[in-house]
Design a protein around this ligand. Structure first.
Ligand code: AMP
Ligand code: MG
Length: 464
């Protein structure tokens, strides 16, 4: 009956249950929290269109994304995923989905396996002393991060839904009591490096082989086989090198690049204390608790490489070392290629290859360092290949380059669009003070215009 009622609205939605192919020791069935209130604050209609959910009315939307009534063809019960991870380089076997779960899976229009992951949906066996909740401010921050990263060509989870849930939360890093929300993310899988670390810790090679095969099949379109672990690592090295490079070109600092926050598809996710660095400052840190600057702006490629090493260590459970070491060694070379691509893409010019491109990116970094020009301003002025004042050596080098796209979008005649912390706070304050969401919506519109002006960057990871 319920399915019949939903059918017309969800005709294009292709529910999936691929995760159920895996041993059930990887997850726990959980019950979502029941919230006193559900006020729809954000529905990502752009994303909803792409996955066949645009026709849901708000009441059905809330039924799915606050009460977690099953989506047709997908999971009957949400699953809290089990994983471990290195947190700031210390191994922690006590984590897992503590305030989120895998709510549903589906195939998007391109045939990619997509997960609906939640944050703030209630307690699970992995909550430890936590309340299983998310603050509204945390949810708003995640929307802002994902929208900005998407515009800047970074492969990221998308924020599909935010519903305010009417609870009063106590938090050390926000004036409390503070408002609560439940977030639903749309991501290209979210098997983490920490998923493999847990299986290595348990010496469960059988389950690890199954997870290797799952990731290769669903995210990389390949069959398993003898060299499956090394092939998987090779993909993860390639995708995370690309992700680290995209962070640099975006000026983004994730803040918590722990192994449990690294998706093996190389898609960025789980946004907590993130910040955009206003200037090219390698030492800029996002998290107030990152005292040693482990995840500082300029240390993100190294952090990602270290995380790949932990995946290699875990994969020793099902592979000899030499083939793993061989692919791991390619990280630096791949990162160099990717950071060149990422910076030239944002600069809006067609790469010429080799030494010439390297010269350009060195001139960009040098210029940003010496002029201290805000990164967003630099790329706004330089898009298409015109170096701003103070970048004289860059100007000379760019004479040989052609723009990859005309500078004819209205965005380029408007203000610079950035997402530095003071702007984030300036968007949050009117929401906190008087439920004024206008600055938030205006910002989303500006960010999407920036994205249109830059044009698409990413070819989808995995199966096309
Ligand atoms: P994160 O820093 O968001 O990646 O979280 C790290 C770990 O702490 C994960 O296992 C989370 O599920 C857990 N965690 C963080 N905040 C909470 C909370 N409020 N309630 C329960 N678990 C939490
Ligand atoms: Mg996390």
């Amino acid at each position: 009956m319920a399915d019949n009622v939903q059918a017309p609205a969800l005709a294009a939605f292709k529910g999936e249950t691929a995760i159920l192919e895996l041993p059930d020791s990887l997850y726990d069935e959980v019950t979502p929290a029941q919230f006193p209130q559900s006020v729809l604050r954000w529905r990502n209609d752009r994303a909803a269109h792409q996955i066949g959910l645009a026709n849901l009315d708000d009441a059905r939307w809330i039924a799915h994304f606050a009460r977690f009534e099953p989506l047709p063809g997908s999971l009957a019960t949400p699953l809290a995923l089990r994983y471990h991870g290195h947190q700031f380089r210390t191994y922690n076997p006590d984590i897992g989905d503590g305030r989120g779960f895998l709510y549903a899976q589906m195939r998007d229009g391109a045939g990619r396996l997509m997960d609906f992951g939640t944050k703030g949906s209630g307690r699970t066996p992995w909550s430890r002393f936590g309340d299983g909740r998310l603050t509204l401010k945390g949810a708003v921050r995640e929307i802002l991060a994902t929208e900005m990263l998407e515009a800047l060509g970074v492969e990221t989870s998308r924020s599909l839904s935010v519903i305010e849930t009417g609870e009063a939360l106590e938090r050390g890093d926000e004036p409390s009591p503070t408002r609560s929300a439940v977030l639903v993310r749309l991501s290209h899988g979210h098997i983490r490096i920490g998923t493999f670390q847990r299986l290595a810790y348990l010496r469960d090679s059988e389950t690890m082989q199954a997870v290797v095969a799952y990731v290769l099949r669903h995210f990389y379109g390949e069959d398993a086989g003898d060299d499956a672990p090394a092939r998987l690592l090779d993909h993860v090295v390639a995708r995370t090198a690309r992700l680290a490079a995209s962070y640099m070109a975006a000026g983004f600092v994730h803040g918590v690049l722990n192994t449990d926050n690294i998706n093996v598809t190389g898609e960025s996710f789980d946004y907590g204390p993130w910040r955009f660095t206003p200037r090219w400052d390698p030492a800029f840190t996002a998290a107030y608790f990152d005292h040693g600057g482990l995840y500082a702006f300029g240390r993100q490629p190294e952090a990602m490489h270290w995380n790949c090493m932990q995946l290699a260590v875990a994969l020793r459970t099902v592979s000899e070392a030499p083939p793993l070491i061989e692919v791991l060694d390619r990280f630096a070379e791949r990162y160099q290629a990717e950071v060149t691509q990422a910076l030239l893409w944002r600069l809006g010019v067609i790469p010429l290859g080799g030494e010439q491109d390297r010269g350009v990116i060195e001139a960009i970094e040098r210029g940003l360092g010496t002029t201290a020009m805000p990164i967003d301003r630099f790329f706004h002025e330089a898009f298409g290949g015109s170096a701003p004042a103070g970048f004289d050596d860059l100007r000379a080098l760019l004479a040989a380059y052609r723009p990859r796209r005309a500078r004819d979008h209205a965005h380029w005649n408007g203000p610079v669009c950035g997402m530095a912390i003071d702007e984030v706070e300036a968007i949050w304050s009117p929401i906190a003070e008087r439920d004024d969401w206008a600055p938030f919506h205006a910002k989303i519109a500006a960010v999407r215009a920036l994205g249109e002006a830059l044009g698409p960057r990413t070819e989808p990871a995995g199966i096309a």
